[in-house]
Design a protein around this ligand. Structure first.
Ligand code: GYE
Length: 324
């Protein structure tokens, strides 16, 4: 009898050990089933289609989902915050695994991000940052916009060693890239260069052209330089400068940000002097982070993307290799 009960104890101990064989702290088998790209459902609230950069960014997000087999629900907010908030709410209601979004502006996101958190859905900010507490998002994947502004300031100093008056085309008011490119530029700009006017062109060609027309009307050929927060606004401004009868890139030196193909073409034509790169091809890194987030991994606060600066000298050589 005693022997039998000892045997039972041994057997119980054995089965307990085997049962815990996958590691004492690991969750039960059904919980441990890891998500893969094929099971991942992602909701992505894009800003809009305001620039060449954005078009390339959207293509990267969509194409990478297809390549990996991720189910993607995608929406375009037409640069309106309320549309982005509505899209995020619908992804929460649909119960997606992860939400990705590029906040059009920095403020006003706490409520909707808290709703996502309460629903247990990790949120990844892509490209642009929102000004929200750390616990409301899993990670931020994007560029160092302040550094881009600093680079642009240095380039303007090189282009205008004698100094002079310049104007600035600012991106979308209240957006992270506009705020940071504004600040970074001022950090490095030489004292002999004066920013005589600074207005938003909302990151679009049409508004870049319109605002540059107004600058030219007000200041005429006093202007020797233009800093545009993106290439599209610079390209719009180039048209305005030509229509005004001045030579873009010569009479008015131009520095912009993004390094899209249109900028390379403008540099080849001698109408743009420098473009500072901002990489939009964020798809592969985004899905990798999304998968890590749903599988419970703690992610860093910021995953920066690597960037360069380009000049007219080798623009023709580089253009064929450019993917955006
Ligand atoms: O520079 C601009 C776009 O958020 C970095 O948005 C992005 C910016 C980009 O419209 O072209």
């Amino acid at each position: 009898m005693r022997k039998l009960s000892l045997l039972v104890v041994f057997m119980m101990a054995f089965f307990m050990l085997v049962g815990c064989g996958s590691g004492g702290d690991e969750p039960a088998a059904d919980e441990a089933a890891e998500e893969t790209y094929e099971t991942l459902v992602v909701g992505y609230a894009q800003i809009g289609a305001e620039s060449e950069w954005r078009t390339a960014n959207t293509a990267s997000i969509k194409e990478t989902a297809e390549q990996l087999g991720v189910e993607l629900k995608f929406s375009d907010a037409q640069q309106k915050q309320e549309n982005q908030i509505a899209a995020i709410r619908s992804y929460i209601a649909e119960g997606v695994d992860v939400i990705g979004f590029s906040p059009v502006v920095e403020t006003g996101w706490e409520t909707v991000l808290q709703e996502a958190k309460d629903a247990g859905i990790p949120v990844i900010m892509v490209d642009r940052r929102a000004d929200v507490p750390r616990e409301l998002y899993a990670t931020y994947l994007g560029s160092d916009f302040v550094e881009e502004g600093r680079k642009a300031g240095n380039e303007m100093n090189t282009l205008l060693p004698e100094g002079g008056k310049i104007v600035e085309l600012v991106g979308t008011v209240g957006s992270a890239p506009a705020n940071d490119r504004y600040d970074g530029f001022r950090e490095t700009l030489a004292d002999n260069i004066e920013i005589i006017d600074s207005q938003s062109g909302d990151f679009t060609r049409a508004q870049g052209k319109e605002v540059m027309e107004a600058f030219l009307k007000n200041y005429g050929d006093e202007i020797v330089g233009l800093y545009a927060h993106n290439d599209d606004m610079a390209i719009g401004a180039i048209q305005a400068i030509e229509e005004f009868g001045l030579k873009p890139g010569v009479d008015i030196k131009i520095v912009s940000v993004d390094a899209v193909r249109g900028a390379f073409e403008a540099m080849i034509a001698g109408k743009l002097n420098v473009t500072v790169e901002c990489n939009p091809l964020l798809g592969p890194q985004f899905y990798e982070l999304a998968l890590r987030a749903v599988n419970g991994e703690e992610l860093p606060e910021w995953v920066p993307s690597e960037e360069s600066v380009y000049y007219p000298e080798n623009a023709a050589e580089l253009l064929p290799e450019r993917k955006y």
